[in-house]
Design a protein around this ligand. Sequence first.
Ligand code: NAD
Ligand code: UGA
Length: 461
Amino acid sequence: MNFKKKILCIGAGYVGGPSMAMIAYKCPDFRVTVVDINHDRIDAWNSDELPVYEPGLDAIVKKTRGRNLFFSKDIERQIKENDIIFVSVNTPTKTYGEGAHMAADLQFWEKTARQILQYASSSKIVIEKSTLPVKTAMAMEKILSSVKGKIKFDVLSNPEFMAEGTAMKDLENPDRVLIGSHQTPSGLKARNELVEIYARWIPAHKIITSNLWSSELSKLAANAFLAQRVSSINSISALCEKTDADISEVAKAVGMDSRIGDKFLKAGIGFGGSCFKKDILHLVYLCKTYGLNEVASYWESVVKINEYQQNRFIASIINNMFGTLAGKKICILGFAFKADTGDTRESPAIYIAKKLHSEKAQLIVSDPKALKNAAMDLADIKDHVKFIADPYEAARGCHALLVLTDWNIYRDLDYRKIYRSMIKPAFLFDGRNVVDHQKCFKIGFHVFPIGKPPMTHFRTS
Ligand code: NAD
Ligand code: UGA
């Protein structure tokens, strides 16, 4: 078939795979190819068990794969053959050298730029889809223009705003698509080419354009604002627990102010995921680099409150279980960083599980989609952890249940059956406020929600 456009994405991860599947689905006359240096990932994308669990993804990949969506290991050939190249490689936090534990590690990004330069034999539009510190496009341009010749590269910024668990919905119906470009004739021409792709299914008013640097910074700022709301509500949850106020009631009252809005006001054990912490730390590092120390500490406090919230939760478990967890069996319901994903990157469950292990607790971990990742995350303590998919089996014989992911199934478990199979007194620590606390209390559990008064059957004299 003669395809109208040939699009490549370098990086077949949580963003590259789903976002390219959506373009292929919406634009059957474009050929979309996704490459990765990780060959196992490419094999998985070409198999019946995709490397990423996302509601709705399987169906779209089935419709497009082999038709106009392809997953390939041949990076050199694909760079040569495609005119529009998205780059969606990982941009983790640096773990070494200058800026360690804060700055972005741009080695994967830079390698990609060099690969494009090495293999390209015609002009290309190169699109940053990865989340990058502001001004990264400048570095990309410097690399791409380091060899003088006829080939020209236009660099655009098109950050991705999808959230895991709702990726397909977000990609199909995003709040906005942002495209940053240079305001030069060639930059604007490249920008229009990308606008045309999205315009196939996204209304024109939702496709916004800006200069390159605003686009790069908007992505970091958007994540920082979202994470800030989670830390704000979590900080208030601590005060609720001291004052008998109820965080759900407070969040409802606050969120009904149309200037504030009701989203991202769910208190819990803190945000996880591969991006919030890393992107805020990148922002903090950028601010420090520019000497904006007050701004840097303002954003850093969002991460500090997140850590505080997890430590508060752990302290509550230890204190309420009579100061010791040694030899006690603790069932963790949910290991993914949020519902509807198997992703456990930066999941609060990792930190909490390791801390409980250091208190000599025995852990039983259950999750509908994340057990494989959980086993890798806890490999260093694997002899002290059991992984059991069935929540009823997992809870049997345990002293406490911890709900660490807001999976819907945890709302409707048969908690009476679970209670009967547990050691008494049976504790329930609901780190996501998803369980019916009143009902579980009546069954006999000692219930400890987040930001609400605990419900215990112990008599205090
Ligand atoms: P990921 O780790 O799942 O995927 C990145 C992929 O890039 C990996 O498979 C890796 O092997 C591949 N890669 C690295 N270097 C390469 C190279 N030189 N050539 C070919 N492939 C290479 O990461 P992700 O979650 O998809 O995130 C990618 C970017 O998108 C990050 O910058 C992230 O901040 C951003 N982002 C992520 C999300 C999300 O929900 N995960 C949402 C929005 C933005
Ligand atoms: C987040 C953003 O929502 C996306 O817009 C962005 O594209 C993405 O990061 C990214 O850049 O990677 P994601 O991390 O997938 O998406 O998921 P979120 O829904 O934002 O949840 C992040 C964390 O915050 C989860 O651990 C979740 O449980 C927690 N959270 C969220 C709360 O604790 N309370 C809330 O009210 C909302």
